[in-house]
Design a protein around this ligand. Structure first.
Ligand SMILES: Cc1ncc(COP(=O)(O)O)c(C=O)c1O
Length: 433
């Protein structure tokens, strides 16, 4: 029976329809169901996952895979970490949500812990990455008017080409990806986009008197793990300071240990004015995001001027505290650095053997391979086909920007698992030839 038939024949009452089916349905049926009833805003790999543990996931047929995407770095602590799941379920059965209309017993503790850990005065809690990044833009604009003295509605926000901070109108207004923008205008005014990793362009842009902030990813994740030159972040910091502009680091993908340090900015000992966290702050089980900054910026917001029904809820606070504790207690940040070295050295070996691997790059466990045809051209299908072959061998990854495959397993991955993934990738590359 096909999935579409199951939907109409088995699920006859409203309450039955609200429950997941007990009996197993095949990957093919699940995909058909999603295709029929879901909106086609993603193009997933044809794999249907049902269970995850650590670095591994299993599909509905029981086949095991190594997860080399980690839900875009939201699962740094590994799938279904027992301590994080424990915190989630315990808190959910005690007090899950009360909104910010009332206080609850965890927000203050969570904010204190995070600010002390990261070295900032205050935390603003949100849920998803895009909300936190947009909150940072709002904070920068408000700071520009209240503190820097920019005339009302004249504040400029500067972004780097290739940036990705989500899909809201605010986020796509700074995007340089035509797919993200086409058909969604008009866009937010007061944005300026300059080339990434270009200090001269930044200097010129920031010297305008009405610039509020420069928001950037220390390594551009969605753009294809694009790494700036060493020293770039240090010089960005210096330019922002010189021009009286807020440096805002979007560490939603690079933060929480992903690159082998708690924050990617830590590699250059750079302290941005605002940092934006998300993804793995929720330990792979819950959407949790935050902006961290100092009084001068954070206290410009007054009651009623910004907020979120779910932001800073008890479950979010409890989960985030546990998510951070797991990263630290289990040495996952150090493991990210070590396993990252191991992975890249294995990938370089593969590159010397397979000419379609044009480049290998990354830091910690945020890595990418650039795939090109034997004639030297970039081809979208090649990266997709390699991911399909890798999937068949038991490694899940997905192309970003068509010709780049991001390799970002959970930070708990073991040395043996990295070796296994490299062996699977070799087989996939052989199969592609
Ligand atoms: C650097 C960066 N910022 C922001 C976001 C948006 O996060 P979310 O999808 O949780 O809104 C992403 C998502 O991939 C991201 O990589």
């Amino acid at each position: 029976m096909s999935a579409l038939h199951i939907a109409t024949e088995e699920l006859t009452t409203a309450s039955a329809m609200a429950k997941p089916l007990n009996r197993m349905i095949s990957s093919r049926d699940v995909i058909a169901l999603e295709d029929r009833y879901g909106t086609h805003n993603y193009h997933p790999l044809p794999v249907v996952l049902k269970r995850g543990q650590g670095s591994r996931v299993w599909d509905v047929e029981g086949k095991e895979y190594l997860d080399f995407l980690s839900a875009y770095s939201a699962v740094n602590q590994g799938h279904s970490h027992p301590k994080i799941v424990g915190a989630l379920t315990e808190q959910a059965s005690s007090l899950s949500l009360c909104s910010r209309a009332f206080h609850h017993d965890l927000l203050g503790q969570y904010a204190r812990h995070m600010t002390q850990l990261m070295g900032y005065d205050r935390l603003l809690p949100m849920n998803t990455g895009v909300e936190a990044a947009e909150s940072a833009v709002k904070l920068a604009r408000r700071w520009a008017y209240d503190v820097k003295g920019v005339a009302e509605n004249q504040a400029v926000m500067v972004f780097a080409e290739g940036n990705f901070w989500g899909r809201s109108i605010g986020a796509i207004s700074s995007s340089t990806d035509p797919t993200a923008r086409r058909g969604f205008g008009p866009f937010v005014p007061g944005y300026e986009v300059i080339p990434y990793n270009n200090l001269q362009a930044l200097d010129i842009s920031l010297s305008q008197p009405n610039v509020a902030g420069f928001m950037l990813e220390p390594i551009q994740g969605e753009a294809g793990v694009v790494m700036p030159d060493p020293g770039y972040l240090t010089r960005v910091r210096a330019l922002c300071t010189r021009h009286g502009v807020l440096m805002i680091a979007d560490e939603i993908q690079t933060g929480m240990g992903r690159t082998g340090r708690m924050l990617a900015c830590d590699h250059e000992n750079v302290r941005p004015d605002l940092i934006v966290l998300g993804k793995a702050l929720g330990g792979g089980v819950y959407p949790v995001s935050a902006v961290l900054g100092d009084d001068e910026v954070m206290l410009t917001l007054k009651p009623g001027e910004h907020g979120s029904t779910f932001g800073g809820n008890p479950v979010a606070c409890r989960v985030a505290l546990e998510a951070v504790a797991v990263l630290q207690d289990e040495g996952l940040i150090e493991n990210a650095a070590l396993r990252g070295e191991q992975l890249r050295s294995g990938l370089h070996e593969l590159k010397s053997e397979f000419p379609i691997l044009m480049n290998v790059r990354g830091k910690g466990l945020l890595n990418a391979i650039v795939v090109g045809s034997e004639q030297g051209g970039k081809t979208q299908n090649l990266a997709w086909n390699l991911c399909i072959r890798m999937m068949k061998q038991g490694v899940l990854a997905k192309p970003t920007q068509g010709h780049i495959i991001r390799l970002a397993p959970p930070l708990c991955i073991t040395s043996a698992e990295v070796d296994k993934a490299l062996t699977c990738m070799r087989k996939a590359l052989v199969a592609l030839h």
